[in-house]
Design a protein around this ligand. Structure first.
Ligand code: FUB
Length: 322
């Protein structure tokens, strides 16, 4: 495999969530477009309108674009901005989870269903009850339970919530206060709703203290991903304005997790976002950068690179500009 490898060049793709279904790799990325909206800290320039699903039989193989899997115009509650999605399979059905601003410009998380991993997906009439913010990631544990991880700062609106309730004039905490965290919730048996109140996913430092809001090099910003390696739970995420993909390890799906280090150093482009998947006995990082668009933050291209662990289960840092 050319390592790293860009996966497609006929359209811009970002935030790739990869899963192995039916022996193939399926990828659920965002579909970046040139919207003409000026860049700002709320991410208005990320004005995506549909999703395509991609598959490949092998990491070196040809990538198939399965076409439009879900279009914003078919989502009854839609406002704007289809951001990072994820997909989970249960009992032969496939559930696509996506963040989208509703008609009042508040991000909610929606679900759409298909009989096939590539869709097309039929959206539910309303977003998941009690959902907010962005970047849903769904993890199936070995006991058959499904957990959703979500949340994102700034344009992702997470700073507007405390204890799952919207607050007036939401702002990030002061630098010395505990950082805002991703959220985790078990999904309901029908996969369509939260099965419980979302909980805070706490990341501890080397002294067992929660990371502080001012610790921009390590604190959670967006892009949750969960995978399991040698019985441990690896929560990985983007640090946003410091542009790193980092990870923390825990003993169960809820944590707490202890900060470990950097998976990917900054890439070309403002955002960094990924998934980690095992395929045929090797591990891979799917992520994106803005090299092919000449550095345009809102026009990203998904990539694939092999990921390695050392003998203690530590992930070896990958150079984002490699
Ligand atoms: O693609 C839009 C947003 O950019 C995602 O939801 C974030 O994670 C960032 O990658």
């Amino acid at each position: 495999m050319k390592n790293p490898r860009y996966l497609v060049d006929h359209m811009f793709t970002a935030d790739p969530a990869a899963h192995v279904f039916n022996g193939k790799i399926y990828i659920y990325p965002s579909h970046d477009i040139e919207s003409g909206i000026p860049e700002n800290d709320l991410g208005d320039h990320f004005d995506m309108r549909d999703y395509h699903v991609f598959s490949l039989d092998d990491v070196e193989g040809e990538v198939t674009d399965h076409g439009v899997a879900l279009d914003v115009k078919d989502i009854p509650w839609s406002g704007r901005q289809l951001w990072d999605s994820d997909c989970a399979e249960k009992d032969g059905k496939f559930y696509l989870y996506f963040p989208l601003k509703d008609k009042t410009d508040i991000f909610r998380i929606g679900v759409a269903i298909s009989d096939k991993p590539e869709g097309p997906f039929l959206p539910q009439d309303a977003p998941m009850k009690g959902s907010y913010s962005i970047d849903p990631c769904v993890f199936k544990d070995e006991d058959g339970s499904y957990y959703m991880y979500f949340g994102g700062l700034w344009g992702g609106q997470l700073q507007r919530y405390r204890n799952n309730k919207a607050i007036e004039c939401g702002q990030e905490p002061a630098d010395e206060e505990p950082a805002l965290t991703a959220r985790v919730t078990r999904l309901s048996a029908d996969m369509l709703e939260f099965g419980e109140e979302p909980k805070a996913l706490v990341i501890l430092d080397e002294n067992g203290e929660p990371l502080k809001a001012g610790d921009h090099d390590r604190r959670f910003f967006e892009a949750s991903w969960m995978h399991k390696y040698q019985g441990k739970y690896y929560f990985s995420y983007s640090t946003g304005n410091t542009h790193k993909l980092c990870y923390a390890i825990g003993d169960n799906p809820y944590g707490p997790f202890t900060y470990q280090g950097v998976i990917l150093t900054p890439v070309v482009g403002w955002t960094t976002h990924h998934s980690i998947v095992e395929f045929k006995g090797k591990w891979y990082l799917f992520h994106h950068d803005s090299v092919p668009s000449g550095g345009k933050t809102w026009l990203r291209s998904m990539k694939l690179v092999e990921l390695n662990y050392d003998e203690n289960g530590k992930i070896e840092t990958i150079e984002g500009t490699a």
